[in-house]
Design a protein around this ligand. Structure first.
Ligand code: ZN
Length: 221
């Protein structure tokens, strides 16, 4: 069934870009929403804008610097060194506390103003890197909270929730956008688009997934 409209929380990274094209397949109209929250690499907003433009998706960006300022984290504080390895028993310092809580809540209010009640986010529990607000229980709980907060019936779609990175590449390929995702998205913590810097945790996860997927694909041919 094709539903009418969806809003994609869109950062221009691998996951949300795959979700953007997933949404285009499942909804008649797709709106993309990006956030400027003081992230180290603000170019990601411009990359997101250009991907949305080429995908013929309506694009919006909201400035929410407060989200990056509230809790200490290395994605917005350029004086902090990025954790390359997940520390034992706690989050990596790339965790922006409350980010998905704020982003999804703001996205829901924004969507409602546009008459949209289907929200799409690229969070994944499989590869959640220790971020608690990427987990399924959080998203389900927030969905209930948003419904209660606005007396509406939102549906938060999480197409990547149970996929690992290799399966996310497979999904991008099945949507016909493997090359686009590979060359135009920014996942790298060091701000290098496409295949990235090659050594930060985000690049490592992304590359391992791609290698696994391409190997499986070749074996199946
Ligand atoms: Zn990198």
């Amino acid at each position: 069934m094709i539903r009418k409209s969806a809003l994609v929380v869109f950062s221009g990274g691998q996951d949300s870009t795959t979700c953007l094209f997933w949404a285009k397949k499942h909804f008649e109209k797709v709106v993309a929403l990006s956030f400027r929250y003081g992230q180290r690499h603000e170019q990601e907003v411009e990359l997101a804008r250009s991907i949305a433009r080429d995908a013929e998706v309506e694009f919006h960006v909201l400035d929410v610097p407060l989200v990056g300022q509230l809790g200490a984290n290395s994605l917005t504080d350029k004086t902090m060194h990025l954790d390359e390895v997940k520390p034992e028993g706690t989050f990596p310092n790339t965790f922006v506390p409350g980010r998905n809580l704020f982003f999804m809540s703001i996205a829901a209010v924004f969507a409602r103003e546009h008459g949209i009640f289907d929200l799409v986010t690229g969070v994944s529990q499989t590869d959640y890197s220790g971020y608690p607000d990427c987990r399924d229980a959080f998203i389900k709980s927030l969905n209930v909270t948003l419904d209660l907060a606005m007396d509406e019936q939102f549906v938060i779609h999480t197409p990547l929730m149970w996929l690992d990175k290799a399966q996310t590449w497979a999904l991008a390929d099945s949507l016909g956008v493997l090359d686009l995702v590979r060359t135009r998205t920014l996942t790298c913590y060091n701000g290098v688009p496409g295949d990235g810097c090659g050594h930060c945790p985000a690049c490592t996860l992304r590359r391992r997934g791609l290698e696994t997927y391409l190997k499986e694909k070749r074996a199946a041919e």
